[in-house]
Design a protein around this ligand. Structure first.
Ligand SMILES: [Zn+2]
Ligand SMILES: [Zn+2]
Length: 303
């Protein structure tokens, strides 16, 4: 089911990136700047995809750092530098916490200012853009309506991206069951649902799982919005995911190529970024991620 859904969304955004690169050709950039090469031994190369995995279903060429830089990626600039987060729906206190922490994490991950906008009610969505899933009974809203009719008219002038998080399940139209999220690269808007990320009120572990899933999706999709294609080199947050189990086993960390792309796009200092990521993971009980970032920081500092 997910296999059927996710490809359309993600391939659709990658097409834009491929065209931009192909029309320019790679620039004379180093394959990977020296400081990022120091991180390579920490990262696991991608093995053969398992049946049903993203790359088993969608063979993709990938995108090295050099190809990325040569493809004139979409980047935040002086005028458009703020990541806006738009809550949409009725959030309980715990869900609001997830959104606040995701916003904080996005700011650290991309080294950009983040602003959370005032919540919008689900009542904004008209009947024509709602349905009850015919067999499961889940109440859903139409993701394309959110992109075009809710977000686009509200896009602030200084936004590099406007991301809505909703408590409602989403579906993208005829023939689909549901989607986790959907983005429009050209219009700098995206919407993601936390509906299928588990109930964070159940336990501390459930909270961390919901947070991990939400920040992973938010950063992966925002990476696409800055022209980063799916990673085919390493286990990486920019790897495509075709189903929940694949998405859950991908790391939150970026491989050195994808990290170099992010730093190129945003101007982030990788060492300072790791320091802040460590502090965030420590404060939020993301222990494995904290330890990985600590190792990464030590490798970057090594001579
Ligand atoms: Zn993707
Ligand atoms: Zn990568």
């Amino acid at each position: 089911m997910l296999r059927k859904l996710l490809p359309l969304l993600l391939v659709a955004c990658c097409v834009v990136v491929v065209v931009a690169w192909a029309s320019r050709g790679p620039a004379q950039q180093p394959e990977l700047p020296a400081q990022f090469r120091k991180l390579l031994p920490l990262h696991q190369k991608l093995g053969k995809p398992r049946p049903g995995d993203w790359l088993a279903v969608h063979p993709e060429p990938g995108q090295t750092y050099r190809q990325y830089v040569g493809g004139r990626p979409t980047k935040p600039d002086k005028r458009r530098r703020v990541i806006y987060v738009q809550p949409l729906g009725d959030f309980n206190r715990t869900q609001r916490k997830i959104i606040n922490r995701t916003a904080e994490f996005l700011g650290i991950y991309f080294d950009l200012p983040v602003k959370i906008r005032k919540e919008l009610p689900l009542e904004l969505i008209p009947e024509k853009a709602r349905r009850t899933h015919p067999t499961w009974g889940d109440k859903q809203i139409l993701s394309t309506y959110v992109l075009h009719d809710v977000l686009r008219p509200r896009l602030p002038k200084d936004a590099c991206v406007l991301i809505a998080f909703t408590t409602s399940d989403l579906w993208p139209g005829e023939g689909w069951n549901f989607v986790f999220g959907q983005a429009s690269l050209r219009e700098r808007v995206g919407v993601w649902s936390i509906y299928r990320n588990g109930d964070p009120r159940e336990s501390g572990q459930a909270f961390r799982l919901c947070l991990r899933r939400t920040i992973k999706t938010a950063t992966h999709e925002t990476g696409h919005m800055f022209s980063m294609m799916h990673c085919t080199l390493y286990e990486c947050n920019m790897c495509g995911s075709n189903h929940r189990a694949e998405s859950d086993r991908r790391p939150l960390a970026l491989c050195p190529h994808c990290l170099a792309k992010l730093c190129h796009a945003t101007g982030a200092d990788p060492q300072k970024r790791f320091e802040k990521l460590i502090a965030f993971c420590k404060a939020n009980g993301l222990k494995a991620e904290q330890e990985f970032y600590e190792k990464s920081l030590a490798a970057l500092r090594s001579k």
